[in-house]
Design a binder for this molecule. Structure first.
Ligand SMILES: [Zn+2]
Length: 275
């Protein structure tokens, strides 16, 4: 699933184009993709979007008049694309907006499962949608993280991924961040000392900034990640082969030399724990 760096790179790309022209036609939308019916999509027609905004891993597009907001959640396979007037696009997008002059914003989703979603909301309803989210990961800072680590006793990989605690990080960037911070994915947040929390806070910013910069230049996953999905490839710091372990429903990648003092982490799949 795209995480903060990917979504923020898309947001920056879409911010100006979506604002350039008023909406001529809202839709069509796949029945599984559009999650709301009131207000109707047609309420967008004739209005101009203020630009593209982001909260956690979601993009949203407020109308310039401040009355409506289009919220988009891409999930794993959804992609948003801005097509210039006359530019060829997908035959049956999951969702489309057409702007005056002919440019289009289209949402496509690979595979047959429709998981991505589009909501047309009032600003108040959007606030409710975001109410459960923790602070944004980028720029969180050591003081806020000290507080989080003191109140939450969780394994670091799970803590970083919990959107209610810190918003914007998923499994890929959790792998990258923990490696950069030289911390074990299984370490308990409450056991970290001040220096370790500071290192983790710095690693969150360093890695998300690095990812954002690469994604803005169009880098693919293989070029962006250094630890995630790199099983048996040499660690970029020490050369030790990257290891992999299953934890709950996730696969964690880590360097046994840099992160766990040479120890190999034990499989902690949920299915195994429940057996
Ligand atoms: Zn290493």
């Amino acid at each position: 699933m795209p995480e903060l760096p990917e979504m923020e790179a898309w947001r920056r790309q879409l911010d100006e184009p979506v604002h350039a022209f008023p909406i001529a036609k809202a839709g069509p939308a796949h029945v599984a993709t559009l999650k709301t019916f009131d207000p109707p999509l047609a309420a967008l027609e004739g209005r101009r979007l203020a630009g593209a905004r982001r909260r956690a891993k979601r993009l949203y597009f407020p109308t310039e008049d401040g009355e409506l907001v289009l919220l988009v959640h891409l999930m794993t396979a959804g992609r948003l694309k801005y097509l210039l007037a006359g530019e060829k696009g997908p035959k049956t997008p999951a969702f489309a907006l057409e702007f005056e002059g002919g440019a289009r914003l289209v949402l496509t989703e690979a595979g047959s499962k429709k998981r991505a979603g589009v909501w047309l909301l009032t600003p108040e309803a959007l606030e409710d949608e975001f109410a459960h989210l923790g602070p944004e990961a980028l720029g969180l800072g050591a003081d806020a993280l000290v507080e989080i680590c003191a109140t939450e006793s969780r394994r670091l990989h799970a803590l970083l991924r919990d959107q209610r605690v810190i918003a914007g990080i998923g499994r890929a960037w959790a792998n990258e961040i923990l490696h950069h911070a030289k911390l074990s994915p299984y370490a308990l947040s409450r056991d970290l000392d001040r220096e370790e929390v500071e290192r983790l806070a710095q690693a969150i910013d360093d890695e998300l900034e690095r990812g954002l910069e690469l994604r803005e230049r169009g880098a693919n996953d293989a070029k962006t990640y250094r630890v995630h999905n790199k099983l048996n490839e040499p660690c970029y710091v020490c050369g030790t082969p990257i290891a992999r372990v299953d934890f709950e429903e996730h696969t964690i990648y880590y360097c046994p030399e840099c992160q766990t003092g040479g120890r190999v982490l034990k499989d902690r799949r949920l299915s195994r724990l429940l057996r």
